[in-house]
Design a protein around this ligand. Sequence first.
Ligand SMILES: NC(=O)c1ccc[n+]([C@@H]2O[C@H](COP(=O)([O-])OP(=O)(O)OC[C@H]3O[C@@H](n4cnc5c(N)ncnc54)[C@H](O)[C@@H]3O)[C@@H](O)[C@H]2O)c1
Ligand SMILES: C[C@@H](O)[C@H](N)C(=O)O
Length: 353
Amino acid sequence: MKLRSLTFTNIKFLRKFSSEASPHPYTQSARDGNVQLGTKPRILITGSHGQLGYGVAQALRKSYGRENVIMSDIIKPSKRILESGPYIHADILDFKNLQQVVVTHRLDWLIHFSALLSAVGEKNLSLAMKVNVEGVHNILELSRQFGLRLFVPSTIGAFGPESPRNPTPNLTVQRPKTIYGVSKVHAELLGEYFHHRYGLDFRCLRFPGVISYDTNPGGGTTDYAVQIFHDALTTRHHVCYLRKDTRLPMMYITDTIKSICEFMALDSSVLPQRTYNVTAMSFTPEEIADSIRRHIPSLEVTYKPDDRQKIADSWPQVFDDSEARTEWGWEHEYDLDKLVDIMITSLRPKYAS
Ligand SMILES: NC(=O)c1ccc[n+]([C@@H]2O[C@H](COP(=O)([O-])OP(=O)(O)OC[C@H]3O[C@@H](n4cnc5c(N)ncnc54)[C@H](O)[C@@H]3O)[C@@H](O)[C@H]2O)c1
Ligand SMILES: C[C@@H](O)[C@H](N)C(=O)O
């Protein structure tokens, strides 16, 4: 308790200092992403054509209005995305265009999803450096200039083999061995630095593998936990690129969306920290296969570990998110069996014919 009130005092002092020191003319009115009383925030989501973007946009639109939440990416939108609400082209490597987007759309909050995930990042190092490192520099500077409330997701991949793996606490050694993980630690530290130095309202949740049925994962180490459902409902045979006993933290997308919406809605002053672990469950390929067999008893799994095994072996097995639970009330809803039930029920009609 003592530590917490000390943190609040420091944050108040640093805010005062940073607003006096702020050199940018746009920052004053919109400091900390505070939206004028009685108005709803206008929100941009970068990289929103990926696995997380659509669901988060739909949930935010429910709370803040369809026109106030703008999806963006560098790829042509699907019909579903186009029809769901505003969607624009925004390349996070084009800083000038990002500035125009903020001004034109009068933005208050920024949810930054653009990234190359762990497995894809290892195969495209220079692009990963650009998107995950340079892109984050642009987003932080943009948010500082315009006083945006900024959300940047991090990951279990921000930890490495030297971190305690079962459980992995909120604050511990972080020595990741992938460019994805290194870029996420870089984003966490820079975001917290901008918060302390300039009062930027930076917020970060470290997610486990996210599982969804209506969007596809973008090339991560945890993707098997989505593919196994499609295989179970079609060929009844899944070839798993991880060993059967590889335990990783995971979460159903509804819980991911809930965590982001709840975390972003909090008043900045109630947050003792800026970066939190959040999770829902941990399982191995063998355990998820067993749970799926409650619906599809004939499912077979063959194990052929590839390069992703090494990544998984360096990541947390069980994620300790107790600080998110005690400090701002994080609660998950889906455990393993509930996740499997909803995935099977939702995907079955797609393959019924
Ligand atoms: N999905 C997960 O399991 C998971 C877990 C932990 C953290 N996260 C984080 O959440 C965020 C979203 O993840 P996701 O699974 O939706 O990712 P994804 O790979 O599905 O989507 C990323 C999007 O970024 C876009 N992008 C790439 N380069 C860009 C550029 N130059 N400008 C603008 N957009 C660009 C891509 O087109 C893509 O649509 C990422 O930062 C990721 O690290 C995801
Ligand atoms: C864990 C998460 O960051 C992502 N699904 C990946 O495996 O890369």
